[in-house]
Each structure stands twice: as C-alpha cells, then as structure tokens.
Design a protein around this ligand. Structure first.
Ligand SMILES: Cc1cc2nc3c(=O)[nH]c(=O)nc-3n(C[C@H](O)[C@H](O)[C@H](O)COP(=O)(O)OP(=O)(O)OC[C@H]3O[C@@H](n4cnc5c(N)ncnc54)[C@H](O)[C@@H]3O)c2cc1C
Length: 429
C-alpha cells in the first residue's frame, strides 16, 4: 500500500479508546448513539461491517418507515440515510467495513478493519447487531442444491442495492410480514412468484395480508409443507405436501425463504457474556445491561423481530440508561451483581426479554417484558415466583405478535431476598 493509501485507510479506522462504542449502524445502534451524544456523552463511535450505514432498512425499498419516531413516511433507504445524517450531525463517528470479531471483558474489542485486526476499548459497549432469517441449510430441506435459493433479506439487497434479479418465478416459503414485503420487492423487480406456502393453518402476519397475494395473482397454500427442491444448475421445481396430505410438484426457478428470525448473537455466544441457550438471546436486565457491566444490548438482537420504529425507540431508552451508568458507575456495577433470573417454563412461548430483573433503581422503572408465542394458544399467561402468581392474563394469544408485561405490574411483588427465579408459565384453557 502506498503512503497516501495508508493514510486514507487510517481515516477509516476507529480510535483506540472512546466513551461508548456501538456495534451495528442499524436503527437501534444509530438511535442509541445519537441520543448518547444528545445527552452529552463525549465520544461515541459506531462500527458496522457493511460499507453503508443504516442496517436492514437500507435494502427495504418499501415504505412505511419513520412514522412512529419522525411522523413521516419514508422508504427504508430514505430512513437509513436520515438516521445516518442525524447521527453524524450530532457528532457520532461512524466507521464502516469494520467487523467486530471478539468481545472481551472491561469493554475491550477485537475488530477487523481495512488495516487488519486491532484492539479497541470503551467505557461502555452497546451491541446492536440485529437479526437474520433462517436460511435453507438450517431448515433442513432435502433435495438438490441449485442456484436460485435465497432469503428475503438477500433478495432485497440484490434488488435494491445491486439492481439484480436472482429469479423470475420463485416460490415464497413463509407468511410473516417480511414475506409480504418480499411480494412487494418481487413486484418492483418484475419477478412473478408462482406460490406462497405456509406450514400453519393461518397466515403468520395479520389476516388482511392474505389479500396481497390474491391481488397479485399468487396462490397461497396453508397447512402446506416444502418437501424438496429440484434442479441441477438452477431451481427447476419444488415438491410440496398440501393440506389433504397429497404431494404436488410446482415448476419454479427459485425458492425464497422468509422469516424464522434468529438473533445475530454469535459474538455474544462466543464471549464471556451470559447467553440464554433456550431462547438463543443474550441475557440482559431491564436496563439492557449484559452480565458484564460494560456491555449493553439493544434492538432486534433482543427480540426477533420488531419493526425499525420499535428498535429506534428502544435505542432512546437505552441511551438514557447508558449515560446514567457513565455518571454513576458504582450503581451500574451493582446492577450487574444484583437481580434475579427469569425462566421460560412453557414451550408455547418462543422467548422473553429481559431475562434478568435487577432490584437497583426500581423507582425509575418503565418498560415491559416482551415475549412472543410460537403457535396460537388460548389460556392464561402468568409470571410466578416460588409458586405465587405475581401477574396473569387470560387471552387468545396469536403467534408472532408482540406481548408486553409492564415491569410496574410486578415490581412491588417480586421477592429479591429469596433469589428465586421469576417463571413465565402458560396454562392452556
Ligand atoms: C429481510 C428483513 C426485512 C425487514 N423488513 C422490515 C420492514 O419493512 N419494516 C420494518 O420496520 N422492519 C423490517 N425488518 C425488521 C428490521 O430488523 C428492523 O426494521 C430494524 O432494522 C432492526 O434494527 P436493528 O438496529 O436492531 O438491526 P439491523 O437493522 O439488523 O442492524 C444491525 C447492524 O449490525 C451490523 N452488524 C452485525 N454484526 C456485526 C459485527 N460483528 N460487526 C459490525 N457490524 C455488525 C449489521 O451489518 C447491521 O448493519 C426486516 C427484517 C428483515 C430481516
């Protein structure tokens, strides 16, 4: 590398030390970083492995983004650009093409940059690495391995960021909200899906979404399973099992797997930070603080999957907690040591966050436990401790819908002395 190239590359490399490092320049990360600067934190650095800031909205060409937080209707790329501009205007330093590869104690990170691997550190590190969809390999779909198999996220980045069309007549697997936004992406790229299939008897997203495939002339199969994929070079067909148990072969040139979100948590899984194997999520308390007081986690990493506006809002709350922790570091460390665990005692619930409840600062408590059901279920959801019911609600719970249990509904009932875990139960009725 010439001297000029080295000095240009050095400008793309973050400082070795700063007050707060945010990992991930998506809505959660940019919101947290901007609000931290607004609250007077000196140096805030955001790192992202991509060459452009903005996270997933960069490749979601469809509106509406920004309604909750800015009362404006923006497309994903407009929203990503707006968040990035606001962050830079507030003095947030954003470093791109910068992957965090390891987290160490005391806020030390190993990162990979254009100049190679290096160590940097901060008083606080905020992990905002988001979610990803489950690809074909993890879904264990049998058949051949031809070209033309993708996730919605990959399709969106091909269409919106690279102007490419990976297939012309795919089948879409899944009916979460993102699958319907995949339909819109297909329409934009002049791709004509041949069918959409859903394993359950109902669409995962809102029932009204069923109208979209109907309007677009795409057949929607429910109670339907993808059996195998055919094709030597490129996908040529799929075999499905329909509701009546019969199999059917559908000609197509691509398979689009949508949804089944997983937290992008491998950094945490490989680190010293506590990780909940049952839900695949990092363990945080109600302030978003991880098991090491130097680390926080915010955004979709904690709850696969919420909207950009929801994650942005969480960034604002997290920033208030983090700037407070910088002002009162001893209180922050007490939060790390004190508190009780939350245990999921029902396989109907896919996750709960936070998984730790700290007894520090209960007077200033706002926010809620968040959870989602795996399948539709009617019955009583409850929070219990040592057999005592602290909160309960009977309802008809639908899958993939955000369910909130306000912290305030249990705060005065929790016994911290016994150190007994809070348990989340569900009784079908
Ligand atoms: C395919 C898809 C479509 C979606 N469509 C919509 C939609 O239309 N509307 C909506 O509201 N929500 C949508 N969502 C939900 C979306 O996740 C949220 O909108 C929002 O982007 C979440 O913000 P976040 O900051 O938590 O994560 P992300 O936006 O995912 O940002 C995470 C960032 O972390 C970076 N990162 C990860 N690991 C590292 C590392 N080790 N080092 C450095 N950087 C790293 C990533 O590059 C990324 O930029 C969609 C999600 C998916 C997967």
């Amino acid at each position: 590398m010439s001297d000029a190239m080295v000095s240009a590359a050095q400008r793309d490399v973050p400082p070795q030390y700063c007050d707060v490092i945010v990992i991930g320049a998506g809505p959660a990360g940019l919101s947290t970083a901007t609000a931290l600067r607004e609250s007077g934190v000196g140096s805030v650095v955001v790192l992202d492995r991509e060459s452009q800031a903005g996270g997933i909205p960069r490749h979601c060409g469809n509106p509406p983004f920004g309604m909750r937080e800015f009362k404006r209707i923006l497309t994903g790329p407009q929203y990503a650009a707006y968040l990035t501009k606001r962050a830079r205007e507030k003095g947030v330093e954003i470093y791109l093409n910068c992957s965090v590869i390891a987290l160490h104690s005391q806020g030390q990170l190993t990162i990979s940059t254009v100049l190679g691997a290096m160590q940097i550190s901060a008083k606080r590190v905020v992990i905002c690495t988001g979610v990803r969809e489950t690809p074909r390999s993890t879904r264990l779909v049998s058949g051949q391995r031809p070209l033309g198999i993708s996730t919605t996220g990959a399709l969106q980045s091909m269409v919106y960021l690279k102007g490419k069309r990976p297939f012309k007549r795919p089948i879409i697997v899944g009916t979460e909200l993102v699958a319907f936004s995949a339909l819109l992406t297909c329409r934009k790229a002049n791709i004509k899906p041949v069918a959409m299939i859903e394993q359950a008897g109902k669409t995962s997203a809102y029932g009204v979404c069923d109208l979209l495939p109907r309007i677009m002339g795409v057949k929607l199969y429910k109670n339907c399973q993808l059996l195998s994929i055919e094709g030597s070079q490129r996908v040529s067909a799929v075999n499905i099992m329909t509701a009546d148990g019969s199999t059917r072969r559908i000609d197509c040139d691509g398979v689009l797997f949508s949804g089944q979100f997983t937290a992008e948590a491998s950094l945490i899984r490989m680190s010293h930070l506590a990780f909940d194997e049952q839900t695949g999520l990092p363990v945080v308390d109600q302030f978003g603080q991880c098991s090491d007081a130097h680390y926080y986690a915010v955004g979709n990493l904690l709850h696969p999957v919420e909207t950009a506006g929801w994650c942005w809002q969480e960034g604002q709350i997290a920033a208030a907690n983090i700037s407070q922790s910088l002002l009162e570091p001893s209180k922050c460390e007490r939060k790390e040591q004190q508190g009780i665990a939350l245990t999921l005692c029902s396989d109907k619930v896919s996750y709960i966050t936070p998984q730790r409840f700290s007894n520090v600062d209960l007077a200033n408590l706002s926010g809620s436990f968040q959870l989602r059901f795996v399948k539709a279920a009617k019955g009583i959801l409850s929070v219990q401790q040592g057999g005592a019911v602290l909160w309960s609600k009977k309802d008809n719970y639908l899958p993939h819908r955000r369910i909130l249990i306000p912290f305030q509904s249990i705060e005065n009932k929790v016994g911290f002395e016994s150190n007994q875990a809070l348990e989340i139960h569900f009784t079908e009725q």
